[in-house]
Write a protein that binds this ligand. Structure first.
Ligand SMILES: Nc1nc(=O)c2c([nH]1)NC[C@@H]1CN(c3ccc(C(=O)N[C@@H](CCC(=O)O)C(=O)O)cc3)CN21
Ligand SMILES: CC(C)C(=O)C(=O)O
Ligand SMILES: [Mg+2]
Length: 258
């Protein structure tokens, strides 16, 4: 049985930690799902894999193309679709239209949207009432890179208090979970304790109810990666070695063998 948003909320109560990773293609979706990852995010960090400098230029069509591929590889994990920049901020109708495409065309089970200001909270409430599960995302919100940069957020008491209020408002609006990105770990713990829904941290310390990383960062395949991402294996080096070996064997006429 596929994992549901309700199950993730129960896991928080039971103290079971949620394991989340990103996927942008069928092969990765299939591998992560078969390994038992709980939540697979089709992240708009896809932008980096397509050679964009930020997540800003990524379109809904590009996300749909990749999310459909991921969906075909996933049987058990909850698939969350990261709505790209300006595909939900313009109006509630725009958010509903974009979320509808994510669920109906790509087969995602939920959408994620960035921000916790009043208009976003209202959008979350409307989406949830219409039957669309929504994951929040506060702290460093990379779609606001031209306002915030990529620095840690919530460092001053005022900013910390604002993030706590935003998290509470998103939960009240019906979000099933919230990503906390690049904030101090004490603040993430405080938010986590104040909420009934699970927090999923990235660069937010070990006190969250779950953790997410961009899979290409974990695998050492990203061109650049944030200071908080841990590289578990360096596949860039492994690929370079394999390709060099192939090139050598071709040039020496050792591959293919007789
Ligand atoms: N591959 C990948 N991994 C990610 O985690 C990720 C993406 N892409 N794309 C979207 C955003 C961008 N993210 C980032 C990227 C860089 C920093 C970073 O280098 N932060 C520095 C400061 C950089 C600056 O001020 O310009 C830091 O020390 O916090 C943080 C988050 C997180 N997200
Ligand atoms: C890093 C995660 C939370 C994300 O939003 C993405 O991959 O786009
Ligand atoms: Mg994202």
């Amino acid at each position: 049985m596929p994992i549901t948003t309700q199950q993730l909320i129960q896991w928080k109560q039971q103290g079971r930690t949620i394991v989340a990773l990103t996927a942008w293609d069928y092969i990765t979706g299939r591998l992560l799902d078969a390994t038992g990852v709980d939540l697979i995010l089709v992240g708009d960090s896809l932008a980096g894999m397509l050679g964009y400098e930020t997540t800003i230029p990524l379109t809904l069509e590009e996300m749909l193309h990749h999310a459909k591929a991921v969906r075909r590889g996933v049987k058990n994990a909850l698939v969350v679709f990261d709505l790209p920049f300006l595909t939900y901020q313009e109006s509630f109708q725009q958010a509903m239209h974009s979320a509808g495409r994510a669920l109906k065309e790509a087969g995602a089970q939920a959408v994620k949207i960035e921000g916790g200001y009043p208009a976003i909270v209202e959008t979350v409430a409307q989406l949830v009432q219409a039957g669309v599960p929504v994951m929040g995302h506060i702290g460093l919100t990379p779609q606001s890179v031209h306002q915030l940069g990529l620095r840690q957020q919530g460092k001053t008491p005022t900013d910390g208090e604002r993030l706590i209020s935003e998290a509470i408002a998103l939960e009240a609006a019906g979000a099933f979970s919230i990503v906390l990105e690049h904030i101090p770990s004490e603040l993430a713990i405080e938010i986590t304790q104040k909420l009934t829904i699970p927090t999923i941290g990235i660069g937010a310390g070990s006190g969250c109810d779950g953790q997410v990383l961009v899979t290409s960062d974990l695998l050492g395949l990203s061109e650049r990666q944030p200071p908080f991402a841990k590289m578990y294996v360096n596949l860039s080096d492994a690929i370079a070695q394999a390709v060099q070996e192939f090139a050598r064997e071709v040039r020496d006429r050792k591959f293919p063998e007789e």
